[in-house]
Design a protein around this ligand. Structure first.
Ligand SMILES: Cc1cc2nc3c(=O)[nH]c(=O)nc-3n(C[C@H](O)[C@H](O)[C@H](O)COP(=O)(O)O)c2cc1C
Length: 328
């Protein structure tokens, strides 16, 4: 079994974190990951405090294991953050900026802080502010991210982090990714796209099937997303979402002036609240190229662990696909 100090810190059995998915409902998924020994997460975007409290209560009926509640700077919802502190999850995770004051507030309440970072500047800020875990997120990632690749960012952040555990995110979808992350000095992985295509995830089946069918080049940066997404409200925030192509994504990339926010935003928000949104902004990472089937989340966790164990025991070649038939 692969067990790292990160597991001890978070009270989990295996060093696998399921990413938060902003406004998309993932209670059953989070519970399945927790029950498989990993850390489940819940996003908070777009939802009211009563809706969030309902999700948290539901998750607590499904598992008594630790989980994380996520917030981002696009925008930070002060009321939802306050409710999160009162809920006292094992950890709060945060993305797109490093809010030192909120980190202190979480610590005062005895809550761990998992800070996702997209570059070395943010890693330094997070370390200064006392973050307990840094998630080094490479630009391959689905959802909001930066430009530095996972292969460069993870060892760079590890070199800065001293005793603070670093988790690798972005482009990781199987045991090869976990083994590579550990080789780079990380103590675990956070996976988004792989868990989106899980049985338990509450998104449209069409989106899952598009992930299964996608190549890495199909997951593109949805530039000009500020036309249709809420503004940042924490200093130092940035990030450009990575998504599968849709007519909206293509229009934003090529002719942003033709996207009418007054017409688009209500349709987008309404769809997202119904668990859809795949017609508009289906956030997905390049690791979609490594996802070949929709699987139960527990099975994903088990496979990632067992594949990594084989690789780390020196049997990595056994995981390679069979050689293609050659002529002659
Ligand atoms: C649909 C989707 C929604 C996301 N929403 C959030 C979010 O609300 N907060 C956050 O911190 N990260 C969010 N992320 C980014 C993940 O935390 C993570 O960094 C990313 O999924 C890792 O890359 P991967 O998709 O290649 O596994 C999201 C990712 C996806 C795919």
């Amino acid at each position: 079994m692969i067990f790292t100090p990160l597991c001890d810190l978070l009270g989990i059995e295996v060093p696998v974190i399921c990413a938060p998915f902003g406004p998309w409902e993932e209670v059953a998924l989070a519970a399945a990951v927790c029950e498989a020994g990993g850390l489940g997460s819940l996003g908070t975007a777009v939802l009211s405090v009563p809706e969030l409290e309902q999700q948290w209560a539901q998750l607590r009926t499904l598992t008594d294991r630790p989980f994380a509640i996520n917030h981002t700077a696009r925008p930070l919802d002060a009321g939802a953050f306050r409710a999160t502190i009162e809920e006292r999850p094992a950890a709060v995770s945060f993305h797109m900026a490093v809010p030192a004051d909120l980190i202190a507030e979480a610590h005062d309440a005895g809550i761990l802080w998992i800070q996702q970072v997209m570059d070395a500047r943010q890693a330094a800020e997070a370390l200064d502010a006392g973050a307990d875990v840094l998630v080094a997120q490479g630009g391959e990632a689905g959802g909001h991210g930066g430009d530095v690749s996972t292969m460069v960012l993870v060892p760079q952040v590890v070199d800065m982090a001293g005793g603070t555990p670093v988790v690798a995110a972005g482009g990781i979808a199987d045991g090869r990714g976990l083994a590579a992350a550990l080789a780079l000095g990380a103590q675990g992985v956070a996976m988004g796209t792989r868990f989106l295509a899980s049985t338990e995830m509450n998104i449209a089946d069409e989106w899952k099937q598009r992930i299964v069918a996608a190549d890495a080049v199909d997951a593109v940066k949805a530039t000009n997303s500020e036309r249709v997404l809420p503004p940042y409200n924490v200093p130092g925030s940035y990030g450009v979402p990575r998504s599968l192509h849709t007519p909206l994504v293509d229009a934003l990339r090529e002719h942003p002036e033709l996207v009418d926010p007054d017409e688009t935003v209500p349709r987008l928000m309404e769809a997202v609240r119904r668990g859809r949104g795949d017609e508009y902004l289906p956030f997905t990472g390049q690791s979609a190229a490594l996802v070949h089937e929709v699987l139960p989340a527990g099975e994903i966790v088990r496979r990632v662990l067992s594949e990594a164990e084989i690789i780390l025991a020196g049997g990595g070649a056994g995981l390679a696909p069979p050689p293609a038939d050659t002529e002659g």
